[in-house]
Design a protein around this ligand. Structure first.
Ligand code: FE2
Ligand code: FE2
Length: 285
């Protein structure tokens, strides 16, 4: 079994709520996850001081962590930096690797960078990265839990009135659902939702569970999560994926379970890279 704490959009800077980041760290200490997943937007404006605070926050977890950048981790107003070195601040103050991979004997977690200097409003996954991920997944035993982490959403979020998703989302979900990925974790919309890949990209395959976290520690929650903060607690075992959406309760001064969702692990079916036409995935997006 593996247990994940999934947080997102912590937004160090003016919108950050330090009381909640303290509570998240305390909750992680109490629950003891195998991994803390942080799906981007560590800062509000990609400023060095904000990255330093974000780094210090992540360092407080005793559990291993994995992070990917979000669009707010690329400078918006420092135009030259945005064009010439969009991830310089993230790399120098936070993490060199934009697409880290975590693995142990039971679980593979693959980070994908979807933030590209604001050119793509809802982000993108490059086809070259998909090729790499396909090889990684193919080389991983079937019994190993497979999780993908990206900042932007791969399926249209409900209650937003938009169908826009990140560039190459269809190709990505096509690969993930064929390759036995159990779970996709994302953020960005500041409103939590849970979906499955077959609802949006029906191919008659076992669905991949998609868990989208709201903002965990900022005052930028949207829609039904305006002024609300959420994160997810996920347990994976050989048969089931259990997801608890946790919501901040001001009166209780802690995150509590808002809803619980249980899914069977998808049937493990062998797949071939040739069948997916991945030979075409070499353009680099
Ligand atoms: Fe965000
Ligand atoms: Fe974002």
């Amino acid at each position: 079994m593996r247990r994940l704490l999934h947080i997102s959009d912590v937004h160090f800077g003016p919108p950050h709520r330090s009381r909640l980041s303290d509570a998240v760290v305390a909750m992680a200490e109490e629950r003891g996850p195998d991994l803390v997943v942080i799906s981007g937007d560590l800062t509000q404006r990609a400023k060095p001081g904000q990255f330093r605070e974000a780094r210090a926050f992540v360092n407080r977890f005793t559990a291993p962590t994995i992070t990917v950048p979000g669009n707010h981790d690329v400078p918006l107003w420092r135009v030259w930096e945005r064009v010439l070195n969009p991830f310089g601040a993230y790399r120098s103050h936070f993490a060199e690797n934009l697409e880290p991979v975590f693995r142990d004997e039971e679980m593979l977690v693959v980070g994908i960078n979807t933030a590209y200097n604001w050119t793509f409003i809802e982000g993108q996954i490059t086809l070259s990265r998909l090729t790499d991920v396909a090889e990684l997944l193919a080389a991983t035993p079937e019994r190993v839990f497979k999780v993908v982490v990206a900042h932007h959403h791969l399926v249209p979020p409900p209650r937003f009135g938009t169908q826009r998703v990140l560039r190459n989302a269809f190709e990505a979900v096509d690969l993930f659902s064929s390759a036995g990925v159990d779970l996709i974790l994302s953020g960005h919309k500041h409103q939590s939702f849970i979906a499955n890949s077959e609802e949006f990209y029906p191919k008659g395959r076992p669905p991949v569970v998609i868990v989208h976290s709201g903002t965990t520690t900022s005052d930028r929650g949207r829609g039904s999560e305006k002024d609300k903060n959420t994160c997810s607690w996920i347990e994976l075992d050989s048969e089931l994926i259990r997801v608890s959406v946790l919501r901040w309760e001001d009166t209780l001064d802690r995150f509590t379970e808002h809803s619980r969702h249980v899914y069977p692990r998808q049937e493990l079916v062998p797949y071939s890279l040739e069948g997916l036409g991945l030979g075409a995935f070499d353009s680099g997006g």
